[in-house]
Design a protein around this ligand. Sequence first.
Ligand code: G3H
Ligand code: ZN
Length: 310
Amino acid sequence: MHDIRNVLELARKSGVAVAHFNVADLVLLKAVFSSAQELQVPVLVGASEGEREFMGVRQIAAVVRSLREEFDFPIFLNADHTHTLGKAIEAAKAGFDTVVFDASALSFDENARQTKKAVEALKAINPTILVEGEIGNIGTGSEIHQFAPDLSNYLTTPAEARQFVEFTGVDVLAPAVGNMHGMSQKMVEGENKKRLDIERIAQIKTAARVPLTLHGGSGTDDEDLRQAISAGISIVHINTELRVAWRRGLESGLSAQPNQVVPYKILPFPVMEVKLVACARLRLFNGVTQLPVEDECAVAPRAREEQGVS
Ligand code: G3H
Ligand code: ZN
């Protein structure tokens, strides 16, 4: 029986973090699941309100559950950035393992009040569900932004973190520590990286005493991510990097076969591109350095070359 709470505890003890990858279709899910399987590390799949609407709330829950059961594998499902109690309840009833209740656009007090109410309502539906709350401002939109906004005035303080956790009873906290949703074009091109406030993460971890999630992980400096995990981050969210890879793969699949109409001959291209990103992030977050020779994650770059993807 796989349990996300145990997985998070084990991750903390081992000094690693669980990767959270957003999915909006089966291409992304296939790439994420097979990457985690290859590396034999647990994975958290996320679906935001928009992603859930596109895939179907109960449908994505059924697919993830079937992967967990058929392969006896620690894959879990998160209702990401859920802004209303109604949508949170819908996800809990569908069997999601975790819910990010995100009222961070409201004032601190109103955010705390609504989050506390959500924790109580969701635990009444499923006492084992994990509820995450979010404070501070890390921007919105897992997409390519023209410029990276300056959010330095909205960073979370350790005192706020403690107060919020104690008042609401959340199981997991998502603070603002230099992270931001989405990527600038310079980040996509690798010319710029997000940087994190590691000292602040360590202080928030001591104050909050619950697992911490880092949202907006795409485009973050690798060494900062390593240090953030050592300082107390237990879950890292990645979305935009996967979306960029998904699009790049789809474009190469279409341009390599201009007359092709068979989806399962085109879609392996985006699967492979997403897998390259997911594998690299899983390795980093889980401190995986050695790979078995037959590992598809190791083979993916070669397959990419063979398919003529530049
Ligand atoms: O909840 C989703 C994430 O926080 C993803 O952020 O698109 O910057 O990776 P990202
Ligand atoms: Zn997020």
